[in-house]
Design a protein around this ligand. Structure first.
Ligand SMILES: [Fe+2]
Length: 391
């Protein structure tokens, strides 16, 4: 089966190699800008990761005009405004973002203000509001999960109205994603496991989602295979470059997949427990993925069945229904192993979610934008059953 219509657009150039974050002169020459402003955070700076990139730029002829390190864990409008003002004052022609999703999203949003001006929320939030390409943006991820280095989305917290705002535009796609596994080796086992489960959820939800295409399916199933084969090893031994690299590439593949096929109710629930109970995004997805798949089971049986062998399960002789169940079992085996290693909680009760707030979380999941793309209608009292299972 093939969809009647789909589109695929991915102009972001991806380069991968251990050590490449301090050696990508050839790519800089192609982009043409000569003055770059760096956006990162204090943790990345203290770990010496930013210095690796800056040292590497010294012999390239590119000038670093300034550095912005005040990106909060969940990026806010205030930080974006400050970052854009400084980058403009320093005469930056391009931006280099070094960090996780919050840093990269801050850089994307700041680039809007640098090139278009105006008020971030009033003038630019929503979809396809930009009219022309922005300045060159280079993204160097230091986690393997969000995929922001290859997506056209930025999520910024509007602190005045206490709401997370999404910006979606093809001009937000970074020009270059520099994937260097050596930039991710400092992640703790907990952060490794939870960010990789975010990537896994992107891939699985993209694969079973309504807006699937053969192209996004190929990227999603490739990402799932890489994550299943490497998540435990990267969590156990953070300096294993092969395992780290596999997760980093998988995260980018999953990012490209979900930015075309979208995500569904697992992300809807994760956004709700994140917004209402401050559960970190990757942990929430790690807990909720099997439960969201159970919610959607009837609608996605056929697609889910195809993922069981991708995840390494023996399925010969099994019915599609049993194969699909195997896929969910496989996710549980994986998160169970990570839990035994002390790297991932398995229940909402373990991460500070009060049981009495579950109905409110269910309502928020229904209102989340991801409901629109979920294979099954997201209904509060029915999703509540699965939130209780996850509790
Ligand atoms: Fe996510």
């Amino acid at each position: 089966m093939i969809p009647e219509f789909f589109e695929f657009y991915n102009p972001t150039k991806v380069v991968y190699s251990p050590g490449i974050a301090s050696d990508f002169k050839a790519e800089l020459d192609l982009l043409g800008a000569s003055k770059y402003f760096i956006i990162s955070d204090k943790v990345i700076s203290d770990l010496g990761l930013m210095k690796r990139v800056v040292d590497g730029l010294e012999s390239t002829g590119v000038e670093v005009t300034g550095v912005f390190l005040d990106v909060p864990p969940n990026s806010e409008v205030k930080a974006v405004n400050a970052c854009a003002e400084q980058a403009k004052a320093f005469g930056a022609e391009g931006l280099i973002a070094i960090g996780g999703g919050s840093v990269i999203d801050t850089a994307k949003a700041a680039n809007i203000l640098i090139c278009e001006g105006g008020d971030l929320i009033e003038d630019h939030s929503g979809a396809q509001t930009l009219t022309k390409p922005l300045n060159p943006l280079i993204a160097i991820p230091t986690t393997a999960g969000t995929g922001s280095e290859v997506t056209m989305v930025a999520v910024i917290y509007d602190e005045e109205n206490s709401v997370k705002m999404a910006f979606t535009d093809k001009f937000l796609l970074p020009d270059l994603a520099v994937l260097d596994p050596e930039m991710t080796t400092s992640m703790t086992p907990g952060l490794t496991a939870s960010t990789a489960m975010d990537a896994m959820t992107h891939a699985v939800e993209a694969y079973v989602g309504l807006q699937w295409s053969p192209v996004s399916d190929a990227l999603a199933s490739g990402a799932i295979e890489l994550i299943c084969g490497n998540i435990v090893q990267a969590t156990r031994n953070g300096s294993d470059i092969e395992a780290r690299g596999s997760l980093l590439v998988a995260s980018a593949m999953a990012g490209i997949a979900f930015s075309h096929s979208m995500v569904g109710c697992v992300h809807g629930m994760a956004h709700a427990v994140g917004g209402l109970c401050q559960v970190p995004h990757g942990i929430a997805n790690g807990i909720l993925l099997p439960h969201g798949l159970e919610y959607n089971f009837e609608e996605i049986t056929e697609k889910l069945a195809k993922l069981a062998p991708v995840m390494g399960e023996e399925v010969s002789g099994l019915s599609p229904d049993d194969r699909a169940k195997k896929t969910i079992e496989s996710v549980r085996k994986l998160t169970g192993k990570l839990n035994e290693m002390g790297a991932l909680p398995l229940r909402l009760r373990e991460v500070g979610v009060p049981e009495e707030r579950l109905p409110e979380i269910a309502e928020a999941a229904v209102m989340d934008g991801t409901s629109f793309y979920n294979p099954r209608e997201v209904v509060a009292e029915e999703i509540l059953v699965h939130l209780k299972n996850a509790y």
